[in-house]
Design a protein around this ligand. Structure first.
Ligand SMILES: CC(C)(COP(=O)(O)OP(=O)(O)OC[C@H]1O[C@@H](n2cnc3c(N)ncnc32)[C@H](O)[C@@H]1OP(=O)(O)O)[C@@H](O)C(=O)NCCC(=O)NCCS
Length: 201
């Protein structure tokens, strides 16, 4: 799956949004970030084909949403429009006591990209998973995007399936609550993430 390395798609069909885009307040003033509720599911499902026109992430997202106790699902709402979504999954490191999180997928509706929504979702999620006791967050994504949050390439914990060589730098982590030493081992993921296709082009 190529999802995490894609740059934003411009020109992709935007979700029709009921809210007034002529409002000149900064987007982040109008943005509400909250945990998703079951009735958001249909809007979340509509968001992904727009943000990822070449990938079908619906099955993964659906499976993750059904793993409520170990999944933090955040939506970005602009008035009544669902404009972004991020998932943080609680994971472990094989043979170690560490509680960590995996960030992904992350999507912002094309018409709403580059207005700080993706960043707001990531920052809100990092804060919540830290409060919930995670010591580190892992992501497979474009370093040019994730380095702004402090993510760095991580070769000490390996993803559940070997990555293609070209993706090595895209496997990153961020320490929460201070610069702790990196654990070593293999990321232990729950069932929805145990599909090799999610970790390969
Ligand atoms: C990636 C994504 C979530 C970012 O959300 P966003 O709300 O547009 O991001 P923000 O407004 O917080 O940040 C925008 C900045 O990120 C940069 N950026 C966005 N996507 C990027 C990417 N894939 N690689 C590098 N930089 C990226 C923009 O250039 C912009 O930089 P600038 O502020 O210096 O101009 C969104 O563009 C998206 O949904 N893309 C399609 C799906 C996707 O690729 N998701 C996985 C993310 S790796």
């Amino acid at each position: 799956m190529k999802i995490f390395l894609f740059a934003p798609k411009h020109g992709a069909e935007a979700i029709p949004l009921p809210c007034d885009r002529s409002d000149e307040r900064d987007m982040t003033d109008r943005l509400e970030i909250r945990e998703s509720v079951p009735k958001d599911a249909a809007l979340i499902e509509r968001l992904y084909p727009n943000a990822f026109p070449d990938e079908d992430l619906s099955p993964l997202v659906r499976d993750l949403l059904s793993e409520a106790p170990i999944v933090l699902s955040l939506v970005g709402m602009a008035d009544t429009a669902l404009v972004g979504h991020a998932i943080f999954t609680t994971c472990g490191i094989a043979g170690r006591p560490d509680k960590v999180a995996l960030l992904g997928p992350l999507a912002v509706a094309p018409a709403w990209q580059r207005q700080g929504i993706g960043s707001a979702l990531v920052l809100a999620g990092l804060q919540r998973v830290e409060t919930a006791g995670a010591s580190r967050v892992y992501v497979l994504g474009d370093p040019a995007y994730y380095e702004r949050f402090g993510f760095e390439p991580d070769a000490d914990v390996t993803p559940p399936y070997p990555l293609p060589e070209a993706w090595r730098g895209a496997w990153q982590s961020l320490s929460l609550g201070g610069n702790k030493p990196r654990p070593r081992g293999k990321l232990a993921v729950p069932q929805p993430w145990r599909q090799q296709a999610l970790w390969a082009p």
